[in-house]
Design a binder for this molecule. Sequence first.
Ligand code: AMP
Length: 416
Amino acid sequence: MQPRAAPASQSHDPAMKKISPSPVIRPPATIAILGGGQLGSMLAQAAGHMGYRTLCISANEDDPAARWADHHLIADPGDANVISRIAADVQVITVETESIEPAALAAAEAIGTRVAPSSHVQTIVRDRRLEKGFLAANHLAVGAFRVVESAAQMQQASVELFADGTTEILAKTARGGYDGKGQRWIRTPSQADAAWQALGQVPLVVEAKVDFVGEISVIVARSPDGTISALPVFGNEHRHGILFQTRMPADVSEHTSRAAVDLARRTAEHLKVVGLLAVEMFVLSDGRVLVNEMAARPHNSGHVTLRAASRSQFEMHIAAICGLPLPEVEILRPAVMTNLLGDLWPVESPPAATSVGGHRHPDWATVLADGRATLHLYGKTPRPGRKMGHLIHTGTSAEEALASANAAFARLKTHQ
Ligand code: AMP
């Protein structure tokens, strides 16, 4: 590993330069990535070709990021003792998942290592109560919600939200839910108690149903000196609470696009995040946007930049946490990213030598025959609903990219 980088003072904001110099971390410095999933894997790949070295800390030998990082430490990445031990040997520490305990990040901050996102940001984004409270307190547009920590509060919140005119309520666990897990729809106040029980009697955020006409995400990169660069607006389609497809560019008006980018930028500024901030939003019929949730890390929707934009989201994250200049990200060609879930890997009985965890691989020839498709696989064992990889289709128009993506997905399903 490289010695700690000497502080430099390049800054994009002359006003801030004197007050808080932002050391640029140059290659071949070492970046620690906490967590070993596909986001960590794609971060390690980007960091590697940008000339940095990477240390991935994750629990399992065969985690996707372990294949690409220069060093892999098998340990709990949320353990403050583990992070204290490695913090002096790396120049910056980042995370690829909300599951990392903020205390682990605070341990590294205490010895002066740059941590991006900070323990403060990590604390907010991993708890829906704090996240929604932060958005509301900073006048960042968000739908009606209540924080619920008891059966009585659950009852009261649902009575209030239905009285305000909502037709349905979505109850979400404050922590640990992702890809639609830990969520339950409530259609009348009489269902509130059953939902409280079913979700495990844990703290919740309950939200009025938003009658959106579309879902989008805006990813912004923010460097330590406060410079922000927004990636193009992405259009997202979810199925069963899981992202199915992302389209770049999003099919939204210029007005909505500007409002969305402005909302994401303001959110990042209030949060003072360093690195990427992905803001998922609902688009209303009048063109307004509301924040649904945010993540201080690369985001599934941003994978579409890997093949069709001038910089990938992973390159932007590395650039931001290292204090490198943040370029504008341009769309090179219209593109569609389609997630490949474990359901596409049929159970193989009896298992063959080529099967993975008792599952047969999909018939990739059916999608690779189209030269405009790129296949990205994370190397995970299939499970229903698990994100195993994604396809990116480009086209001369958004419609053409979408038609190719949908045709490829249909072929994969029929060849199962
Ligand atoms: P989340 O895990 O919060 O991102 O929610 C997953 C998906 O559920 C979102 O992308 C939406 O499609 C849907 N959803 C979440 N919250 C709401 C809401 N308040 N109203 C309507 N749909 C929602």
